[in-house]
Ligand binder design. Structure first.
Ligand code: AMP
Length: 438
């Protein structure tokens, strides 16, 4: 017999867990729509060719298979490459710049660890078709807004620009092709440290002197302005780096004007971000309470959509890792922990009161109050216990006396208080409790 077991690296989320996940997703949806982002959904399965050739080293993690007709298919690896396909495929129907959000699962054949799974959910935000630094700033501002709304303490968004790293490699004497190896080595900085990166650079053919210079430059530290001033001085000979620094300054001006507190972001020249499709600003959010890795990451990728569309469409975006946000929120005890989706439990006193009790439940729902109903008439004490065990706050009873008087008994199971009220008053009381709980 097959084991009764979910697949390794893929998780079940039982209701209590799901309610916190939905709270996270609902918060992100609300923020996305407050900025006028529109929803998009694409299939989990794509043609393998759609995904291949875009991810660099990461490509080996793609789950590939053949379907019944022998077509080469793959599970999507992220929601960015599918966005690129959609933008090219529906070019005539989309108004650029297009702000879209998307929520769903992606798949990577990684070695599972804490916060790292083979099926994981991402919530993506992208602004397609704008090269404006205000687009980068809006995305970063939204991520700061989201982490603040979810209550993450002490999070910081690290910012860099791919052409700053490129410039660091070039002024250290490396060729254009060798600069690619520099991103990969520097990306591991937090895992393997400066010595590890140095060894890796030298292994890839960089001279020890150049490796030392690269390491010195990527470790420049200070306020955003201090770091950019220092880089501007050291990279003055490299035109693309100079333009990148000016671009990053414009993004920072945007962030300040959008009201993002200065302590929520920093410029860190060693931030590379793994994916090969980034071309401009890159960023990720970290918190000291989660040393395992980034909470989320993103950046500007001006060429990826061009691989499908045949012309470059500048785009900036990010992916919130819902699993990581969720794991950290559980660990830090952030966010609400509801036990149930219902606020009210309508009991069934006896066969004669069933119809009126069901009518009451319908009226409660019509007033916006989530309501559970008992399924068997019988002992009211037992039904109260059931409501309480499920974590429902209010239990309601229509017995023969209440039916005759047009009233309802309402028991607050949290406070142990009970009273009989006219039906309309009972519904208002619950509506009030609902708005207080929000
Ligand atoms: P990436 O698409 O690699 O830029 O990742 C964006 C975000 O998705 C990361 O910062 C993580 O929060 C999340 N993420 C990426 N890979 C995984 C994974 N294997 N398991 C869980 N979350 C992931």
């Amino acid at each position: 017999m097959a084991p009764i077991q979910n697949v390794k690296g893929m998780r079940d989320h039982l209701p209590a867990n799901m309610m916190l996940r939905q709270y996270i997703v609902n918060s992100l949806t609300r923020i996305s729509e407050s900025h006028g982002f529109e929803p998009l959904q694409t299939p989990i399965i794509e043609y393998a060719e759609t995904l291949e050739g875009k991810l660099g080293d990461e490509e080996k993690l793609i789950y590939r298979f053949e379907d019944h007709g022998g077509r080469r298919l793959a599970l999507r690896y992220d929601q960015t490459v599918p966005l690129a396909r959609v933008t090219a495929q529906y070019a005539g129907q989309l108004t650029l710049p297009w702000r879209r959000y998307a929520y769903g699962p992606s798949y990577r054949g990684e070695r599972p660890a804490r916060g790292r799974y083979r099926e994981f959910y991402q919530f993506d935000l992208d602004i397609v078709g704008s090269a404006s630094p205000l687009a980068d700033a809006e995305i970063v501002a939204m991520l700061c807004e989201a982490l603040t709304a979810l209550g993450f303490p002490g999070f910081v968004t690290l910012l860099n620009h791919r052409q700053i790293i490129g410039g660091i490699a070039r002024v250290s004497g490396l060729s254009e092709e060798a600069a690619g190896g520099v991103y990969r080595a520097i990306d591991k900085f937090d895992k393997i440290g400066a010595d590890g990166v140095r060894a890796e650079l030298i292994k890839s053919g960089v001279t020890p002197a150049a490796a030392d210079q690269i390491l010195e430059l990527v470790q420049i530290d200070g306020t955003a302005d201090e770091v950019l001033d220092a880089l501007a001085q050291k990279l003055a000979a490299d035109e693309r780096a100079v333009a990148a620094i000016a671009n990053l300054r414009a993004v920072l001006d945007g962030l300040a004007a959008m009201g993002v507190p200065a302590e929520q972001y920093r410029v860190v020249p060693r931030l590379a971000r793994g994916l090969s499709y980034y071309t401009g600003v890159v960023f990720e959010a970290i918190t000291p309470h989660w040393p395992e890795g980034s909470l989320l990451g993103g950046g500007r990728y001006d060429h990826l959509i061009g691989l499908f569309a045949g012309r470059n469409i500048p785009t900036v975006g990010l992916a919130f890792g819902i699993d990581r946000l969720h794991d950290v929120m559980i660990e830090l005890n952030l966010g609400p922990r509801p036990q149930t989706t219902a606020l009210a439990f309508v009991t069934l006193f006896g066969a004669e009161q069933v119809a009126e009790s069901l009518r009451l439940a319908a009226e409660l729902r019509a007033a916006g109050i989530n309501t559970l109903i008992a399924l068997e008439p019988g002992n009211i004490g037992k039904q109260f216990k059931e409501a309480d065990r499920r974590g429902v706050r209010f239990a309601l009873v229509i017995g023969p006396d209440e039916l005759a008087r047009g009233e309802v008994v309402i028991k607050d199971l949290q406070r142990g208080e009970q009273r009989s009220l006219p039906r309309a008053a009972a519904i208002s009381l619950l509506a009030e409790a609902l708005s207080e709980g929000k």
